[in-house]
Design a protein around this ligand. Structure first.
Ligand code: NAD
Ligand code: UD1
Length: 309
């Protein structure tokens, strides 16, 4: 194993901090670059000499260059994860979600670091593939600044791959859930909000009729894939969907949470969010062909673990 650290941008956030735990458990040294806009220091272990925390922004090119220097690989997760936040504030989210990626590319070129694992999103498909399983060839239709920034980031990573020898491993995550997904903002992931409110007995708001569907993926299963992408002899060419090819409606999700908790608080329906995708389900044949699929954590088991955390 290389002594050089792995840089995890956004490492104090939900996915990042779970990955950092797994990397440290495997004996790696880790650097985290995070501006703590959503992430928290309390998500990271304290007093581990192999972990270095750098407070700052991926939009700061000079800082990114210092953070990348001497690293073995990068996992680039830092971004404003909320689609709705990008609709409300496209200028500021672009700095994090696109300029941040470009800075990572440049810094890697400058310092000769090759492998980069990137968190793209199912959002790049927009409403294409609705009602069917979406494969990677499905026409892209970025409907929001968030989706446009993710798709542009993919293209830039591939350009730096062709031109400068970067080895991007690009994943298009569908809906990831689990412990440390922060429920405190209205922009947070739906499972984190619903479970927290249900546990506290607070009313739950469903945007629209609740028949919209998502393909939910448990965090521990995702971390296994991120580790494989770091370890692989060669980076997989092109983007790979991360989902289970399963549709769960918000109504079904609420029923499972209610079942686990022995009841639910009041559920009210509000107007559907503008730009909200109706049905999102991954064709994961490419994932199965290119990676070892983790043993699937069922939605029920994942929810139970989250409710206990
Ligand atoms: P998160 O908000 O918990 O993590 C993002 C982290 O990035 C946070 O710690 C935040 O403080 C940090 N960050 C944001 N802007 C930054 C900036 N400009 N500079 C430095 N740090 C910054 O969200 P997450 O769910 O862990 O998402 C991680 C990545 O995965 C994001 O790129 C997100 O777009 C992507 N993704 C997530 C999902 C999902 O379902 N959670 C699905 C698809 C893609
Ligand atoms: C999520 C991710 C996004 C990722 C995308 C990929 C977050 C915050 N968003 O977006 O980063 O790129 O998956 O598929 O992690 N809803 C309610 N009530 C609530 C909150 C949400 O009804 O209180 C609804 C939404 O309107 C939507 C569904 O739940 O229909 C899912 O919303 P959300 O968890 O924000 O996820 P996506 O928009 O799918």
């Amino acid at each position: 194993m290389s002594d050089q650290p792995i840089l995890v941008t956004g490492g104090a956030g939900f996915i990042g901090s779970n990955l950092v735990d797994a990397l440290l458990a495997r004996g790696h040294s880790v650097r985290v670059l995070d501006n703590l806009s959503m992430g928290k220091l309390s998500n990271l272990p304290q007093g581990d000499a192999r972990l270095t925390f750098i407070s700052g922004d991926v939009a700061d090119a000079a800082l990114v260059s210092r953070a990348v220097a001497g690293c073995n690989a990068v996992v680039h997760l830092a971004a404003v994860a909320s689609v709705q936040a990008s609709v409300d504030d496209p200028v500021s989210t672009h700095q994090s979600n696109f300029i941040g990626t470009l800075n990572i590319c440049e810094a890697m070129r400058e310092h000769g670091v090759r492998r980069v694992v990137f968190a793209s999103s199912a959002a790049v498909y927009g409403n294409n593939g609705e009602g069917v399983a979406i494969d990677e060839e499905t026409a892209k239709a970025p409907l929001t600044p968030y989706a446009a920034d993710k798709l542009a980031s993919e293209h830039y990573l591939q350009f730096y791959g062709r031109q400068h020898g970067l080895e991007p491993a690009i994943f298009r995550f569908f809906n990831v859930f689990g412990p440390r997904q922060d429920p405190s903002s209205p922009y947070s992931g739906v499972i984190s909000i619903f479970t927290q409110r249900a546990q506290q007995g607070l009313p739950i708001s469903v945007f629209g009729d609740g028949e919209q569907t998502r393909d939910f993926f448990y965090i521990a299963d995702l971390v296994e894939l991120l580790l494989q992408a770091l370890d692989a002899e060669q980076a997989v060419d092109g983007a790979v969907n991360v989902g289970w090819n399963q549709s769960v409606s918000l109504k079904q999700l609420l029923a499972q949470i209610g079942d686990l908790l022995g009841g639910l608080p009041a559920v009210t329906h509000l107007q559907a969010r503008a730009g909200d995708i109706r049905h999102s389900r991954a064709d994961n044949s490419r994932l199965a062909a290119e990676y070892r699929l983790p043993a699937q954590t069922s939605l029920r088991d994942g929810l139970a673990a989250l409710l206990k955390s």
